[in-house]
Design a protein around this ligand. Structure first.
Ligand code: UD1
Length: 347
């Protein structure tokens, strides 16, 4: 029977695959839908190897409402949807805003329209600390004002939160938990699944590990003239497995009717801010090598410093990020090495 059936959209992606594994470890039945636009079928093999079972999988786009409805007619009795499937590249969203608005908004609207028609009550939504912009007060808590988005990507996260809020307020009978991620990094300790950016990585940690393995010549550190102790940006980097576990807690909380309102919002971070240069130094320590990097100019749109006030998640969810930064970076490095050994001609 299991504890419940959970549909994980974007389940072959980075956070989705780690969450599928944690759900299965906790006895949930997992169904995965992904259009494979930014992920690989091979990830299902990793999930299966870790979990000892292959989740139900179908490849389609959630913007295709008819296809999605057909799926829900076959796969009935789904208790909860965790919605990861979305475009997430900040730079690309500036160049192709409509691609981002269409994909990220239409897929969510289809989910919200179809859930009540198919008896699905609970939704977990992947939101982002990007909604806070550069916060006025650090650490930033969930009550902090939402700042105007600095990219179409960030705007889709804000609009999606509003779409959920308005839909729930209209008496749809649905419950939702919106999880605002800080910076997810690292990989499963087995090194069988991890972050797999297509092309040149935009994010810091995959760029670091790809530089270390020799795929990239040099890491650019975007600015050392910020008003921070060492001049580089500060972020709150959270192990993806810790993040994944919070999703299991969120699903259980809704299924056990423990929520305080039909829409709850939680920050998911470690509560600790780490600078880009500290990230480089810590990586060098755990990997036992020097990283080739240089300081370059600021990246447009970067917030100076952001880290989470995690008290609400700690107290209400009974969840706390456990991993140290060293463990987390070591897991990212182990994954990079494992994946490269399996795909020696990647570039
Ligand atoms: C960004 C988004 C976040 C989104 C995430 C996923 C914002 C403010 N944040 O996070 O919402 O979910 O991407 O795509 O839009 N850095 C370097 N060199 C590099 C890469 C990054 O120095 O080659 C620095 C950046 O300047 C930043 C830090 O590393 O200070 C982290 O960057 P990144 O991993 O891209 O994440 P965010 O920009 O924080």
């Amino acid at each position: 029977m299991g504890k419940g059936r959970v549909l994980v959209t974007g389940g072959t992606g980075y956070i989705g695959s780690h969450t599928a594994v944690e759900l299965m470890a906790q006895g949930y039945e997992v169904l995965v839908v992904d259009n494979l636009s930014n992920s690989f079928l091979e990830t299902l093999d990793g999930i299966e190897q870790i979990a000892g079972k292959r989740p139900v999988f179908e490849a389609f786009d959630l913007c295709d409402r008819e296809r999605f409805e057909a799926f829900l007619k076959v796969h009935t009795n789904i208790n909860a949807i965790i919605h990861f499937a979305a475009y997430k590249a900040v730079g690309e969203s500036v160049a192709q805003p409509l691609k981002y608005y269409r994909n990220n908004l239409v897929s969510l609207m289809n989910i919200l329209e179809l859930m009540p028609l198919h008896g699905v009550k609970h939704l977990v939504f992947s939101s982002s600390c990007t909604v806070y912009g550069q916060p006025d007060v650090l650490p930033v808590d969930e009550q902090a004002p939402i700042k105007p988005a600095t990219s179409p990507y960030g705007n889709t996260k804000q609009i999606c939160e509003e779409i959920i809020r308005d839909t729930l307020a209209s008496g749809s009978g649905l419950n939702a938990i919106s999880l605002r991620y800080f910076n997810p990094i690292g990989a499963h300790p087995s090194a069988l699944i991890g972050e797999l950016p297509i092309g040149v990585p935009a994010n810091l940690v995959p760029f670091i590990t790809q530089t270390a393995i020799g795929l990239r010549a040099q890491l650019s550190v975007f600015g050392n003239d910020y008003n921070t102790p060492d001049g580089s940006n500060i972020r709150d980097y959270i192990h993806v497995v810790d993040l994944a576990k919070a999703h299991v807690v969120a699903v259980r909380r809704m299924m056990e009717s423990k929520t305080k309102s039909n829409l709850e919002v939680f920050n998911l971070g470690t509560g600790r801010g780490v600078s880009v240069l500290e990230m480089v130094r810590t990586f060098e320590k755990v990997a036992g090598m020097k990283l080739n990097y240089k300081i370059v100019g600021r990246r447009p749109g970067d917030a100076e410093q952001v880290w989470a006030d995690t008290r609400f998640a700690n107290e209400e969810l009974g969840w706390t990020a456990q991993s140290t930064l060293e463990e987390t970076l070591a897991s990212a490095w182990a994954w990079e090495q494992y994946y490269t050994s399996k795909h020696p001609d990647r570039h």
